[in-house]
Design a protein around this ligand. Structure first.
Ligand code: SAM
Length: 230
């Protein structure tokens, strides 16, 4: 958001995010090419490092029953596939996306990686799950699309079990971030903003790490993680 003072006037200029319907149509249109985009930015590998740093895998090893994991705005499933590649124990992967076409592309890709995902077309702002029903709730490159990311985070925390972990990855301010902003009308989120959101949601053990998206984009994103207190 830019603020300009002109005499006794203050003018605020901010980018209007795409509506949920327009955004879903845009992702429907690129869904056939998204696997190539994910490969270009080496998303599977990019997500592994911060997932390891977050210690989410160690946490999941303590879960007594089958772990329940939710990926919000799953796209082609890169984040779920990255997490599954690091895990040993059994887990149920659930995922939502507003783009129906993206979900059609995603199922075989996730199955090819050995997952049997439960996919639903749904909005992260209103998740079709019970309170406190997941051990891990995550979203990569989704919150920066939304007009009210903190409300989306509150909804993710609602479905998270006490002691469970939220894992986020968002675009940070950078040259590449500016290009993404122009193309997709997203926000670029600073480390301070991300940390403030997690604290405002009353989460604890907050951590973060820059994420390298292949050699082309460089450190264009930040991963954040935190736990819901017991
Ligand atoms: C940049 S892609 C990221 C996909 C995947 N998480 C990844 O990291 O590769 C954003 C995804 O979020 C989905 N999305 C956007 N807004 C959403 C919302 N409000 N609820 C659920 N999914 C949403 C889009 O359809 C798209 O598949």
């Amino acid at each position: 958001m830019a603020t300009r003072r002109i005499g006794s006037w203050e003018v605020l200029i901010s980018r209007r995010p795409l509506s949920t319907t327009d955004l879903a149509s845009r992702y429907d249109a690129v869904s056939g090419k998204w696997a190539r985009t994910a490969r270009r930015f080496r998303l599977n590998a990019a997500y592994c490092e911060p997932l390891l740093a977050s210690r989410v895998v160690t946490d999941l090893m303590q879960v007594e029953q089958r772990a329940r994991i939710l990926d919000c705005g799953v796209g082609n499933g890169s984040l779920s596939i990255a997490l599954a590649s690091l895990m040993k124990g059994p887990a149920d992967f659930h995922a939502v996306d507003t783009s129906a076409e993206m979900l059609v592309q995603t199922k075989p890709l996730m199955q090819h990686s050995g997952l049997s995902p439960h996919l639903q077309q749904a909005n992260v702002m209103s998740l079709p799950y019970d309170d406190q029903s997941f051990d891990v709730v995550m979203a990569a490159h989704v919150l920066e699309h939304l007009p009210d990311p903190q409300r989306a985070l509150a909804e993710m925390v609602r479905v998270l079990k006490p002691g469970g972990m939220v894992f986020l990855c968002v675009t940070r301010p950078s040259l590449f971030g500016a290009l993404v902003q122009l193309l997709w009308r997203t926000w670029a989120i600073t480390e301070q903003e991300g940390i403030a959101w997690l604290h405002a949601s009353k989460l604890v053990d907050v951590g973060y790490q820059p994420v390298r998206l292949g050699s082309f984009a460089g450190f264009a994103s930040t991963a954040f993680w935190a736990r819901r207190p017991l």
